[in-house]
Design a protein around this ligand. Structure first.
Ligand code: AMP
Length: 361
C-alpha cells in the first residue's frame, strides 16, 4: 500500500508516522521544499497545478488523501481520473470556502452563526447593519490560525477591516458570545463503519488553537454533536477523518467550521486514545476496521507556538509526551505540541498546571 498525501506539513508528517506500522508507505506532495513531513517520508516538490508532476506522483501511489482543504478542485479532478481520492471532492469543495460551507450546513438544517456574503465596502456596511456588532469579517478561502479575519467591534473598525481584507471574497459572521469551543473528530470507512472520539474542549488565543482537553463529558452535547456529524458525513459521502468545530453558548452547539481531515484538536489521540486520529484516517481510507476511539484517561494538549518549550522541563512532568515538527521558528507558527495523559485526576490537574505555567500567555 502506498498513500499519496497532498500537503507536507505536520499533519502529513504525523499521518506518515502512523502509516509505518500499518505497512502503508507514503509520499507527500507540496510546493514547499522545506515542508516538515520530508524528515519522515518522501516529498515531491511541485505546485498542485503541475499536472506533469502530479502524473509522476500518481504513478507511485495507489490512493490519495490530503492534509489541507486548500487543494484546487482541478487538482482533485485530475487525480480522480486515475486514482481514488479520499475524502470526497465534494468535501473539499464545501469546506474550502466559508460561504459554501455555511450554505451547505444550512441546507442540512444545522446551526451556524448568521452570515452574509461581502464583495464591496457598501455590502460590508449593509451587512454590519443587518448582523449588528461585534461581527467577524473573514476571507472566504485560505484563512487559518486566525489569519484572514478581522474582528469588527466598533463602527470605526468597519473601514479598517475593509482595508485589511478587501482584496478577497469575504463573509461577515455574527459574533457568537460562546462559553467554550468544542470539537468532534469522527471517522468513517468505505463500509460506512463510523466512530466518534470524545468531545474536545478547545482554547484559542488570537485565533490560534493554544490548548485542548479531552474528554469533555456532557452526554447531551455528545449526542447532539454526533447527530450533526452523521448528517454531514452522509451528505458528503465521506470516507476518512472529519472534524467539526463548535461554539457552545451554554445552551446550543453552533457549528463554526468543518475540516475534512485530521485536526490539531485531535493530536492528543496519539497517546490519549486507544487509536489515534491519524491511524483511524488511514484505516478508514484503506477500508480497514476502525480502532477504538475511547480515551485512555484525561488528556491535555498544549501547542508550542512561535517557540518550543524546553524538552527536559516538559518531560519531567509525569505523563507528558513531546512532539517537535522540525519547523523553523517563526512568529505565530505551530512548531510542535506537548500531550499530557493521566488516569489519575488529581495528578493530571497538577501536571496540567505545571505545563500551562510554562507558556507565556
Ligand atoms: P476560525 O478560523 O473561523 O475557526 O476562527 C478562529 C477562532 O476565532 C475561533 O476558534 C474563535 O475563537 C474565533 N471566532 C471565529 N469566528 C467567530 C465568531 N463568529 N464568533 C466568535 N468567535 C469567533
Amino acid at each position: 500500500m502506498k498513500l499519496g498525501i497532498l500537503g507536507g506539513g505536520q499533519l502529513a508528517r504525523m499521518l506518515a508516522l502512523a502509516a509505518y506500522p500499518l505497512g502503508i508507505h507514503t509520499e507527500c506532495f507540496d510546493s514547499n521544499p522545506k515542508a516538515c513531513a520530508s524528515e519522515v517520508t518522501n516529498l515531491r516538490v511541485a505546485e498542485f497545478t503541475d499536472e506533469a508532476a502530479l502524473s509522476e506522483f500518481l504513478a507511485e501511489v495507489d490512493c490519495v488523501t490530503f492534509e489541507t482543504e486548500n487543494i484546487p478542485l482541478s487538482c482533485a479532478e485530475f487525480i480522480l481520473k486515475t486514482k481514488p481520492l479520499y475524502p470526497s471532492t465534494k468535501a473539499l469543495e464545501v469546506t474550502q470556502d466559508r460561504l459554501y460551507e455555511k450554505y451547505f450546513l444550512k441546507s442540512l438544517d444545522l446551526p451556524t452563526p448568521e452570515f452574509l456574503s461581502v464583495k464591496t465596502e457598501a455590502e460590508l456596511i449593509q451587512a454590519v447593519s443587518n448582523l449588528g456588532l461585534p461581527a467577524v469579517l473573514k476571507t472566504r478561502r485560505f484563512g487559518y490560525d486566525g489569519k484572514g479575519q478581522y474582528m469588527i467591534r466598533t463602527p470605526d473598525d468597519i473601514s479598517k477591516s475593509w482595508v485589511h481584507l478587501q482584496t478577497q471574497p469575504l463573509i461577515l459572521e455574527e459574533f457568537i458570545s460562546f462559553k467554550t469551543e468544542l470539537s468532534l473528530i469522527t471517522a468513517r470507512n468505505k463500509n460506512g463503519e463510523t466512530c466518534f472520539y470524545p468531545l474536545v474542549q478547545n482554547y484559542h488565543m488570537k485565533g490560534i488553537l493554544r490548548s485542548s482537553e479531552a474528554p469533555f463529558n456532557h452526554a447531551e452535547l455528545v449526542l447532539e454533536a454526533q447527530k450533526y456529524a452523521i448528517k454531514i458525513l452522509d451528505a458528503l459521502q465521506y470516507v476518512g477523518v472529519l472534524t467539526i468545530e463548535f461554539f457552545y453558548d451554554g445552551k446550543n452547539l453552533i457549528i463554526n467550521e468543518v475540516a475534512p481531515r485530521v485536526h490539531n484538536s485531535g493530536h492528543w489521540t496519539i497517546e490519549g486514545a486507544y487509536t489515534s486520529q491519524f491511524e483511524n484516517h488511514l484505516r478508514a481510507i484503506y477500508n480497514l476496521p476502525l480502532g477504538s476511539t475511547e480515551a485512555i484517561g484525561y488528556s491535555y494538549l498544549l501547542n508550542c507556538i512561535s517557540e518550543m518549550l524546553p524538552i527536559n522541563a516538559c518531560l519531567q512532568v509525569p505523563g507528558t509526551h513531546f512532539h517537535m515538527y522540525g519547523k523553523e521558528p517563526q512568529p505565530n507558527r505551530k512548531l510542535g505540541h506537548i500531550t499530557l495523559v493521566d488516569t489519575n485526576a488529581e495528578r493530571y490537574q497538577n501536571s496540567k498546571k505545571i505545563l500551562s505555567g510554562m507558556i507565556s500567555t
